[in-house]
Design a binder for this molecule. Structure first.
Ligand code: GTP
Ligand code: MG
Length: 694
C-alpha cells in the first residue's frame, strides 16, 4: 500500500446529534471513492462504518469507527463517531487528535443538544469546525432556517460555502460558492456531477456571498487585508491560503448542503476537504509533557516516535484493537515502545489501516496518520506510547461526569472475581465507563453516560466473560449526625470466669459544621483514667462512627470529648476501654437528637424551550430546588439542586419527558438534613436489612 507523508494526510471526525446522518455521509464518501462498490444503508445494516452486530441490530452507531479513502492525492482518515447521547462522550478523546470536525446537522431538526455538546468538545480542543446540513432531500427541509439558527448559536463566523438549489424530495443540485457554479448530481446515488452556470436570478446573491468569502480570506492575515484594500480583491492563491487560515483559527465555520442518502453535494464537499482541511503538519502544535515540563510540538516525522491511543475496540471478526494516532516520528512494525503510564514495553506486532471491520496490514505509518494495532496488553484508551529514550506524554482528557449509576450483583456465587476482571478490561477500553466497589455501601457500582451505555457494557460482560449479573438500585450514602449536645457515663464490666474487664467512659458529643467530619479529643484531668486508654476509647468511637448508629451510615460532623471515667487496677485494659468508648459514644449520639443527612446533587438540564414546564414540574416532584434558568445557544439550561435519592435513572426519565431532546449533568453538591418522614423510612429499611442479614 502507498505510504502517505504527513502533508498528504487529513484527519476528520464526523460529529453530531444522533441520526443526523454521519454514518451515511461516511458511506457516501467511501462509495464515491470506490472503497466500496455499493452505497450501504443503515436500514439494511450494510454500511462499512456500523459493522458491529449491536449497531446493525439497533440501526445506529455505538462505537466510533475508523475509515479512510484517497481523494485528489490526499489520504483522508475519517472517524465516524456515535451521536446517541449515551455514547457521544467518547468523541472527547477523538477531537483531541483530529484536524477538522464535520458537525452533521439534520436539515429538519436543526441544532439539537448533541450538536451543542460536540461543538463544545471541538471548542475545548480548538478544533476547526464545518457544519454539514444533511437530509436536504427530505420534505420541508429548510436550509435557510438551519443556517440562521447556526449563526444565532455559533456566531458570524458561520458562513455557507454551499447552497441547496432545490431542497426537498427532488434535491439534486447545489451551488458551490467558491467556484460560483451549480453542481447537478446524478439521481442514481453514484454522485456523478455535471456543472451548470448560475442563472441570472441567483447571480447577484452568489456574487455577494463570493465577495464575502474573499473578505473572510483577507481578514485572516494583516498582509492580505492590506492587499485586499489596495486592489479590491485577491488572487486565487491568496484566497486559498487566507481561507485555510480562517478555518484553522476557527474564524470561519463553513456550512455545506448535502444529502448523504442520495449522495448529493458530497463530492464537492470532498473536493473542498482535500484542499482546505488542514493536514496534521499544518494544525496547531500539540501539548505534551516532556522531561516534566509542558511543551508544544508540531506533528512531524523528525521527532522520536510517539503514539496516542484514542480508542480501543473489540468485536467479533476483528478482535481487540487499539486505535492510535502517530503523534510524532513514524511507526514501523516490530518496534518496541514504552507505555508512559504503566512503564511497560509494548511491541507493535502488526499495524493496520482500517475501513470499518476491514483491516489492511501496513509496515509503516508516518507522523499524523491514524492506524490500529492488535490490542496492546498494558495499554488503555488515552495512553501514550513513546520512544523509550525520549518519554513524552500527551495531556490527560477530562470526560464528562457520569449521569447514571447502578449497582450489580453476581447471578451465581463465585463469579465475583471474573466479573471484576471483566469490568476492569471494559473500563480500560472505555474511559466514559467507571466501576468501583464501594465499601461503605457494600455494593459494586457502575457509572456511565446512560442506561443503554450500561446495558451494552453488561451485555459485553456476559458475552466476552461469560458472567451474568443483576442490576439493582445503588444504596444512597446517607450520613448520620447530631443536632445538640449529648452525654453519657458508660460502664463496661465483665466477670464471667477468667480475667474480668472493666472500664468507665464519661463522654459528651457536640455538633460541628457541615463537612467537618469527626473530631475526637480528651480533656482528662486527675488520675481517674490512665492516659494509655485514650487511644482505646478513640478506637471505639471511630468504630461506632464507621458502623453507624441510627441506620448503619457513616457518622459525621461532630466532636466527641472524653472528659473523665473510672478504671480498675487489674481488669482495665485496652479492649475494655474500646468497648466502653464505643458504648459511651453510641449513648451520647442517641442523646444528641440524631438525624440523617442526605447527598444533594447539582444538576444541569439542557432542553428545548417547549419542555421547560414539564421538566421543572418534575424537578419539584423530586424534592428539587430550581436555582436558575439561562438560555444556552438554542436551548434553556435549568440549574437545580436535587437529592440523590430522587435521581435514580433520571436521565432515562428526562429523555422520555423530552422525546430524547433533553440532556442532563449531575455532580455532588453537599449534604443536607433529611425531612423527618423520609428519615423514618430509611431507618425502618435499615432495621429490616439488619434483620435479614441476621
Ligand atoms: N432521506 C435521507 N435519510 C438519511 C440521510 N442521511 C441519513 N439518513 C437516514 O437517517 C437515519 C440515520 O442516519 P445515520 O447515518 O445512521 O445517522 P448517524 O448520524 O450516523 O446516527 P448515530 O450513529 O446514531 O449518531 C438512517 O435511517 C439513514 O438512512 C439523507 O441524507 N436523507
Ligand atoms: Mg452513525
Amino acid at each position: 500500500m502507498k505510504e502517505y507523508q504527513t502533508e498528504e494526510i487529513k484527519n476528520i471526525v464526523l460529529l453530531g446529534h444522533a441520526s443526523s446522518g454521519k454514518t451515511s455521509l461516511a458511506e457516501a464518501m467511501l462509495f464515491s471513492t470506490g472503497v466500496t462498490n455499493r452505497l450501504g444503508r443503515i436500514d439494511d445494516g450494510t454500511t462499512i462504518s456500523d459493522y458491529h452486530e449491536d449497531e446493525i441490530a439497533r440501526k445506529f452507531s455505538i462505537s466510533s469507527s475508523l475509515l479512510h479513502y484517497e481523494w485528489k492525492n490526499k489520504k483522508i482518515n475519517i472517524v465516524d463517531s456515535p451521536g446517541y447521547l449515551d455514547f457521544i462522550s467518547e468523541s472527547k478523546a477523538i477531537t483531541r487528535v483530529m484536524d477538522l470536525a464535520l458537525i452533521v446537522i439534520h436539515a429538519r431538526s436543526g441544532i439539537e443538544v448533541g450538536t451543542e455538546l460536540v461543538f463544545n468538545f471541538a471548542k475545548e480542543d480548538d478544533l476547526p469546525c464545518w457544519f454539514i446540513v444533511n437530509q436536504l432531500d427530505k420534505e420541508h427541509a429548510d436550509f435557510d432556517k438551519v443556517l440562521e439558527n447556526l449563526k444565532k448559536s455559533f456566531g458570524k463566523k458561520v458562513f455557507p460555502l454551499q447552497l441547496p438549489v432545490n431542497a426537498g424530495v427532488d434535491f439534486d443540485s447545489v451551488i458551490d460558492i467558491l467556484s460560483r457554479k451549480i453542481l447537478v448530481y446524478s439521481k442514481d446515488g453514484k454522485g456523478t456531477v455535471t456543472e451548470k452556470e448560475i442563472p441570472a436570478d441567483l447571480k447577484s446573491k452568489v456574487d455577494s456571498l463570493h465577495e464575502k468569502v474573499i473578505e473572510f480570506a483577507a481578514e485572516s492575515d494583516d498582509e492580505l487585508l492590506e492587499k485586499f484594500f489596495e486592489e479590491g480583491t485577491l488572487p486565487e492563491e491568496d484566497i486559498l491560503n487566507g481561507l485555510k487560515k480562517a478555518i484553522m483559527s476557527r474564524n470561519l465555520f463553513p456550512v455545506f448542503a448535502v444529502s448523504a442518502y442520495n449522495n448529493i453535494g458530497v463530492r464537492n464537499l470532498m473536493d473542498i476537504i482535500s484542499i482546505y482541511a488542514p493536514s496534521p503538519s499544518e494544525s496547531k502544535p500539540v501539548k505534551a509533557i516532556l522531561n516534566k515540563s509542558e511543551i508544544e510540538r508540531k506533528i512531524s516525522d523528525d521527532d522520536p516516535v510517539s503514539l496516542f491511543v484514542f480508542k480501543t475496540i473489540s468485536a467479533l471478526h476483528i478482535g481487540e484493537l487499539s486505535m492510535f494516532k502517530v503523534m510524532s516520528g513514524s511507526v514501523t512494525t516490530g518496534m518496541d515502545l514504552i507505555n508512559v503510564r504503566t512503564h511497560k514495553s509494548e511491541r507493535m506486532g502488526q499495524i493496520f489501516v482500517m475501513n470499518g471491520k476491514d483491516k489492511k496490514e501496513v509496515a509503516h505509518l508516518h507522523a499524523g496518520d491514524l492506524g490500529t494495532a492488535v490490542k496492546l496488553k498494558y495499554t488503555s484508551t488515552t495512553d501514550t506510547l513513546s520512544d523509550p529514550k525520549t518519554l513524552i506524554k500527551y495531556l490527560e482528557i477530562k470526560f464528562p461526569d457520569p449521569v447514571i449509576q447502578v449497582a450489580i450483583e453476581a447471578k451465581s456465587r463465585g463469579d465475583e472475581e471474573k466479573i471484576s476482571a471483566g469490568l476492569q478490561t471494559l473500563a480500560d477500553e472505555d474511559p466514559t465507563f467507571l466501576f468501583h466497589y464501594d465499601s461503605e455501601l457494600k455494593q459494586t457500582i457502575l457509572s456511565g453516560q446512560g442506561e443503554l451505555h450500561l446495558t451494552i457494557i453488561l451485555e459485553r460482560l456476559k458475552h466476552q466473560y461469560n458472567v451474568d449479573v443483576i442490576q439493582i438500585p445503588p444504596r444512597i450514602p446517607y450520613r448520620e449526625t447530631v443536632r445538640k449536645r449529648g452525654e453519657s457515663k458508660y460502664r463496661h464490666k465483665k466477670q464471667s470466669g477468667g480475667a474480668g474487664q472493666f472500664a468507665e467512659v464519661w463522654m459528651y458529643v457536640e455538633p460541628l459544621e457541615r463537612g467537618a467530619g469527626v473530631e475526637f479529643s480528651n480533656t482528662l484531668v486527675g488520675q481517674n483514667v490512665d492516659r494509655v486508654f485514650v487511644p482505646s476509647v478513640e478506637k471505639g468511637v471511630k468504630a461506632a462512627c464507621e458502623e453507624g448508629i441510627l441506620a448503619g451510615y457513616t457518622v459525621t460532623d461532630l466532636k466527641a470529648v472524653f472528659y473523665d471515667g473510672k478504671q480498675h487496677p487489674v481488669d482495665s485494659k485496652d479492649i475494655a476501654f474500646q468497648i466502653a468508648g464505643k458504648g459511651a459514644f453510641k449513648e451520647c449520639f442517641m442523646d444528641a437528637n440524631p438525624i440523617l443527612l442526605e447527598p444533594i446533587y447539582d444538576i444541569e438540564v439542557i432542553v428545548p424551550e417547549e419542555f421547560m414546564g414539564d421538566v421543572m414540574g418534575d424537578i419539584s416532584v423530586r424534592r428539587g430546588k430550581i436555582l436558575g434558568i439561562n438560555s444556552e445557544g438554542s436551548f434553556q439550561k435549568i440549574t437545580a439542586k436535587v437529592p440523590l435519592a430522587e435521581l435514580y435513572r433520571y436521565g432515562t426519565a428526562l429523555r422520555s419527558m423530552t422525546q430524547g431532546k433533553g440532556l442532563h449533568r449531575q455532580k455532588l453538591s453537599h449534604y443536607e438534613p433529611m425531612p423527618k418522614e423520609f428519615r423514618e423510612k430509611v431507618v425502618e429499611e435499615s432495621k429490616k436489612r439488619k434483620e435479614e442479614e441476621k
